[in-house]
Design a protein around this ligand. Structure first.
Ligand code: DC
Length: 239
């Protein structure tokens, strides 16, 4: 029990890329006064360390050894920071003490993160870390397999999704704003390819937990969506 008499629980938000998970998870954590754990940032940090160590994406053995070393020696650390208007995710990640929160957002690291996340030993190494970070509750965990693998017993599970067209449109607008957009049609084809790869891969495929609440963000205003989700969590913690 916390001081307010409410249980502070674990809230899982899983779903495909482009469904708006980061935005929604961050806003929900703020709304509830919970910490945010962006688990994709951990995979990204492993990818960054691999890039710096010149380890190839197909070298599963060295990626396994690297991720085990990173976790065993506490070389990846997470800090929860006070969020101001533009301070990003509310979470800072350090690699060997260096703040890598921005360095893990490059296209190279994105590609690498998707490759390292397909290596079972990398997933296993990061599993304990995620569990330790979330076990006390009062946390929103954002990822792909939180409700299915990391915390199958999470008190509240959301599966956030949006139509491929809406996700492609968001991605297209993001790329266009940076001045290097392929066509919308190409972006859509890319989203559909990635969905297929993510849901059909043998290791940790993206799938929704049986007891997850499916939330479709396609035509929704974020603030409304978050309010609805917060009410679900509050109903659960008051009970
Ligand atoms: O959500 P993101 O783009 O930061 O995730 C980076 C990569 O890590 C992405 O390819 C999916 C993968 N990932 C994963 O496999 N499992 C998670 N719990 C989180 C991310």
């Amino acid at each position: 029990m916390s001081a307010g008499g409410l249980r502070r629980v674990r809230v899982a938000i899983d779903g495909p890329a482009g469904a708006g998970k980061s935005t929604v998870a961050r806003a929900l954590a703020d709304r509830l006064g919970y910490l945010l754990l962006d688990t994709g940032a951990l995979y990204r940090t492993v990818a960054l360390a691999a890039l710096r160590g010149q380890i190839r994406w197909d070298d599963a053995e060295r990626l396994a050894a690297l991720s085990e070393d990173l976790v065993a020696r506490g070389r990846i650390t997470i800090e929860h920071i006070e969020r101001t208007q533009n301070s990003g995710s509310g979470m800072r990640v350090r690699l060997d003490g260096e703040d890598v929160s921005s360095a893990i957002r490059t296209p190279d690291v994105s590609l690498g993160a998707s490759r390292v996340s397909a290596v079972p030993a990398v997933r296993a190494a990061l599993l304990d870390m995620q569990r330790r970070a979330g076990e006390a509750g009062g946390v929103v965990l954002e990822g792909r397999d939180i409700g299915t693998v990391v915390f199958p017993d999470a008190e509240v599970k959301f599966f956030l999704t949006a139509s491929p067209e809406v996700r492609a449109r968001r991605r297209y607008e993001e790329l266009a704003a940076r001045g290097n957009a392929p066509s919308y049609e190409e972006t859509l084809a890319d989203v559909e390819r990635r969905d297929k790869a993510d849901t059909e891969r043998p290791v940790a495929p993206l799938k929704q937990a049986d007891d997850a609440i499916v939330v479709d963000s396609s035509d929704r205003i974020v603030a409304e969506l978050v309010e609805e989700m917060a009410l679900v969590v509050e109903r659960c913690t008051a009970g």
